[in-house]
Structures are given as C-alpha cells and as structure tokens.
Write a protein that binds this ligand. Sequence first.
Ligand code: APR
Length: 237
Amino acid sequence: MTKIKNIVVLTGAGISAESGIKTFRDTGGLWEDYPVEQVATPQGYAADPDLVHRFYNARRKDLKTVKPNPAHEALARLEKGLIEKGGYMTLITQNVDDLHERGGSENIIHMHGELTSQWCTACQHKFYSQGEFTPKSICPKCDVAGKIRPDIVWFGEMPYRMDTIELAVMNCELFVSIGTSGAVYPAAGYVQMARSLGKQTLEINLERSEGSHHFHETRQGKAGKLVSVWVDEILNG
Ligand code: APR
C-alpha cells in the first residue's frame, strides 16, 4: 500500500471506545441498557420524547468528560499528511461524538448526525449546543416550543450526505473501515461498493466484524495502536 494519496476512512464506535465512550453492540454496550426502538427510532421519540431527550442529554454530557485518543489524532495527521503530498482524505463517521473534530480532523462527514446539533422540526433550523433539551425546549430561531429533536439519524431514517459519500468511495484508491461491527447499512455496504469498483480495502477492528470477509486485509486489535501504525505506513510509504 505505498504511495496511496486518496483515501476514504469509515469509522464507528470502536474508534472512540478507548476514549471512554461506550460502543453499541459489544458486551456492556449502549443497546444492552437502552432498547434501540425506544431511543433510536422516530416511533420511540413519538411515544416518549422525554426519555429520548434524557438519553441524548446524557450522551452529550459524557462528551465533556472524554478526549480524543491516538486513533483520532492519527487520522488527523493522515489528513494533513495526504494534503501535503497532494492527496486527499474523506473521513466518514457513524459516530455522533465530536472526537474527530477535537482530534484535529477537518473533512468529516457525520452520516448519523451529531450530539451537539439540534434540529427544530417547525422551521428546520439546526443549531449547535452542548446543553440539555426537553420536549418543551424552544427553538432559538422561530420561538416555537416542543419541536426540537436531537439531530441524530435514527433507525428507519436516511443517513446524511450519501451522495457525497458515494462519490468519495468512487474516487478513492483505498477504503479503510475502523472500529465498526458492520451491522448497520448503508455504512456496512461501502466496502462492497469499494471492492466492486476495484479499490483496495482494509479493516481495523478489535475482532472480526460481520463484514470482515469483504476486505482484502483485516487487522485485529485496538484502534489506538493499530491506526497510528497504519498511518505511519501510509505517510512513510
Ligand atoms: N479498537 C477497535 N475496535 C474496537 C475497539 C477498539 N478499542 N473497541 C471495540 N471495537 C469494535 C468492536 O469489536 C465492534 O466490532 O468496534 C465495533 C463497534 O461496533 P458497534 O457497537 O456495533 O458500533 P458501530 O459499528 O459504530 O454501530 C453502527 O449502529 O446503533 C447504530 O447508529 C448507531 O452509528 C451506530 C451504528
């Protein structure tokens, strides 16, 4: 994998695990304590918006106690290094935390939304906040109460910026997946798209994922160490 200049990286909850953010499907993961259908579907939100706001308020509060780990920082280093070599990197994350931003990455696509973004469904205004919300919260733009929802893509909803993601996969030389179980589509299908277009593919994950067999190479272990090693290989290659 030498002299590769155009890379797409897809990340999942595993890259933030060493920062102290719970993954979803591992033992002790978030979906063990919180039924997905209650806190991560439009139907769950309609049934109990107070529960859903409290769930995301807690996740947002957690952000204040964590910091980026060496894997986030290595990806920021890779982005800068590739640009210096006349290349390009697109970072697609399924994560709703802000650790890639705080780790120094710039070209980030949050395909499943962001904890620090709120969405007023009355006027469509989206705004940044680290605060707490309730079913009675008022939109800072239109002043309507009760229409603010977390700007999170729930199950059954369309992920963000799919066109941009597909273009990036089409134009890359190497597609790399880090810290994701490969259980949720469309993200889980990007490796197959990349392969069908003749791209190189690499997976870095703690254990074999549901999609491991689609990759040319799988490296098993903690992202904090393996991502830095791989980034050095690319930048020194
Ligand atoms: N380093 C690398 N990989 C790790 C680490 C680590 N330190 N810790 C855990 N992992 C791996 C696990 O082995 C697992 O395969 O990260 C993966 C996390 O998988 P999930 O919990 O399923 O998270 P993710 O793939 O991001 O979930 C996708 O599902 O619930 C939805 O919207 C949510 O974006 C999320 C999507």
